[in-house]
Design a protein. Sequence first.
Length: 210
Amino acid sequence: MELAELQEASPEWGVAAFLDVETTGLNPWRDEVIELSIYLFAFDRASGRIQGILGHYTGLREPACAISPGAARVHGITKDSINGRSLDDAMVEALVARAEFLIAHNAGFDYSFVRKLFPSVERKVWYCSMNGINWRKKGFPSKGLQNLLRAHRIGAGTAHRAGDDVRSCLMLLSQMNGQGVTYLLELLQGRKFKAGPSAHSPQSAGGQTS
C-alpha cells in the first residue's frame, strides 16, 4: 500500500492522526522529546482502510537535558545534531485539532511526553496499536514495532526515527487480520487507551517494547 497524499477527505471518511516521539530517556518527568512526527490520515469508517495522508509534520527539538546513552543507542540522535532546533508548535497543534482521535505504538509512553508540550492532546481519544491489538494471540511472539514490521514484511526505513516509524505503523494498520479485517478497524473496535496524568510505559526511548 502506498500512502498517497490527499487534498481533502471524503465526507464518509474519518480523520485521525498517528504520532511518535523520540526522547532523551524513559522518564517523562525528567526526560524530554527530541523528535516528533505526526501524520494526519483519512480512513473509511466501514472498512478501516486507510485512504491517504492529509498532512504531516516531523521535527527535531533541542532539549534542556542531556540525551541518555541508552536512548542515543536506540535512535542515534546526538545533542550536536539538534542544537538550536525547535518544533513547529502551530503545525503540530493544527494537525492534532483536525484529528478525531490519536494513535501511537505504546500510547502510554508517547502520551506522557507529548502532553507536556501540547496539553490539547489530553482532550483527544487515544488508541494504542501495541496493546490495543492482541498480537500474541495472533501468533506473533512480540508486539514491538520492528518485530511486527518484519513479520509482515514491511520495510521499516530507519528504525526508531519518528517519521519512519509513523509511516511504517500506518502500513501495518492497513494490513488485514486472519478474518479479513484491517488492523485499524480491529483497533477501533477494541478498547481505547486510558490516558491519565501519570500514564506512561517506559519500555524504550522510542516508546516501543519487545
